[in-house]
Design a protein around this ligand. Structure first.
Ligand code: NAD
Ligand code: MN
Length: 362
């Protein structure tokens, strides 16, 4: 990939992805352009729109499609998968989303939760909050290994296997320490339950501390997951980078997102350093508001910021962050954040703000 070009694959998906991804593309293009980087987006209608036209959510086999997209693009943006008011309930592009995460071995699920404004926090006390959940994204209980014996009878036995490999745990712990070092966080907190999940989380213990020793400039800390949930609500300002397994990370990232304002603001990246990665807002298809042009595009735009950071375009990512802060400070926001703008209106404000900030040399 040349340093001054991003070939961006944009998968609209089901529901609200159609509202928010075009705004993300506009703002990312503006911010990257201001830093001398050309964004070349290719929009794919995979999901509900593709189903309406062709009878399937995506053409052909999802794994093959994903491999082909990874050959053509430097990064992939994904909207959301799930309920869409236009199509039958059982139809969606979840298989495509799963293929993106697993086929590309995107083992990091990065979910930053920075507090933009005190009024977005549901807590009574005013403290700075800047959390980053780093969730293992390819193993654990979600690897879909296991089975059902005597299914559908009163003798049924259901087994889900919790997969934890040395390779998987080591690479996610190492990523967490590297992320902390690169982004100025003094500490990495690992959450597990090794007192009772002795085998799998015993591995996390050994590997986390072994990795910690290689990063003497960053403090390593351990918390049991249940204690960490309590502490995050009581003292969120004590924490920064959090690393944990797939299931705990899924739950923890929703807790952290709600501490800083909820789904309208929550962004994520599915990352394998050095490979083509996929970026998606944390929220679902928002069927109640989808396709009405009123959804909050912040989560999608902040997802664009994670993409630019991941590709090494820190200046362009910084412009997006400052533009979003400006929108919040000036009340140029959608209804869910107490404003009166629609999705496009927020997008237009952000593009103007990015261009102003770039001219001021911010
Ligand atoms: P959701 O995130 O779609 O919506 C929850 C609530 O938040 C709704 O009231 C919605 O209107 C609101 N909301 C979501 N995004 C918003 C935005 N950008 N601006 C303003 N408000 C927003 O979660 P849900 O309702 O539990 O799920 C709906 C569908 O999405 C389901 O089919 C679910 O399986 C799917 N889902 C997909 C993903 C994904 O693609 N990664 C994640 C979660 C849920
Ligand atoms: Mn989740």
């Amino acid at each position: 990939m040349p340093d001054n070009q991003i070939r961006l694959g944009v998968i609209l998906g089901d529901g609200v992805g159609h509202d928010v991804l075009p705004v993300m593309v506009d703002v990312v293009t503006e911010a990257a352009g201001a830093c001398g980087i050309a964004v070349e987006p290719t929009v794919y209608d995979y999901g509900a729109a593709h189903y309406l036209e062709h009878g399937t959510p995506q053409p052909g086999d999802p794994n093959e499609l994903v491999r082909e997209m990874a050959r053509k693009h430097d990064a992939i943006m994904f909207g959301s998968a799930g309920l869409d008011p236009r199509i039958p309930e059982e139809v969606n592009c979840r298989d495509l989303l799963r293929a993106l995460r697993y086929e590309l071995d995107l083992y990091v699920n990065l979910r930053p939760a920075p507090l933009l404004d005190q009024r977005f926090s549901p807590l009574k006390k005013e403290v700075p909050i800047d959390l980053v959940v780093i969730r293992e994204n390819t193993e654990g209980l979600m690897a879909r290994m296991g089975g059902n014996f005597k299914k559908g009878t009163t003798d049924e036995v259901a087994i889900t296997e919790d997969i934890n490999t040395y390779k998987g745990v080591e690479r996610i712990c190492r990523y967490a320490f590297e992320y902390a070092r690169e982004n100025g966080y003094p500490k990495v907190t690992m959450a597990d339950k090794h007192g009772s999940v002795i085998h799998a989380h015993g591995l996390w213990q050994r590997v986390f501390w072994e990795t910690s020793e290689k990063f003497p400039d960053i403090e390593g800390e351990h918390k049991f997951i249940d204690t960490l949930c309590m502490d995050l609500v009581m003292f969120p300002e004590h924490f920064g980078v959090l690393v944990t397994n797939n299931m705990f990370g899924d739950i923890l990232s929703d807790l952290c997102a709600s501490l800083v304002g909820g789904v309208g603001l929550a962004a994520s990246g599915c990352i394998h350093p050095g490979r083509v990665c996929m970026f998606e807002p944390v929220h679902g298809t928002a069927p109640d508001i989808a396709l009405k042009g009123i959804a909050n595009p912040f989560a999608a735009v902040l997802t664009g910021r994670i993409m630019l950071n991941t590709l090494g375009h820190k200046d362009a990512a910084g412009l997006i962050w400052e533009a979003i802060r400006g929108a919040v400070a000036e009340g140029q926001v959608t209804g869910d954040l107490g404003g009166s703008l629609n999705t496009r209106g927020v997008g237009e404000f952000l593009c103007r703000k990015v261009s102003e900030l770039a001219k001021q040399g911010v």
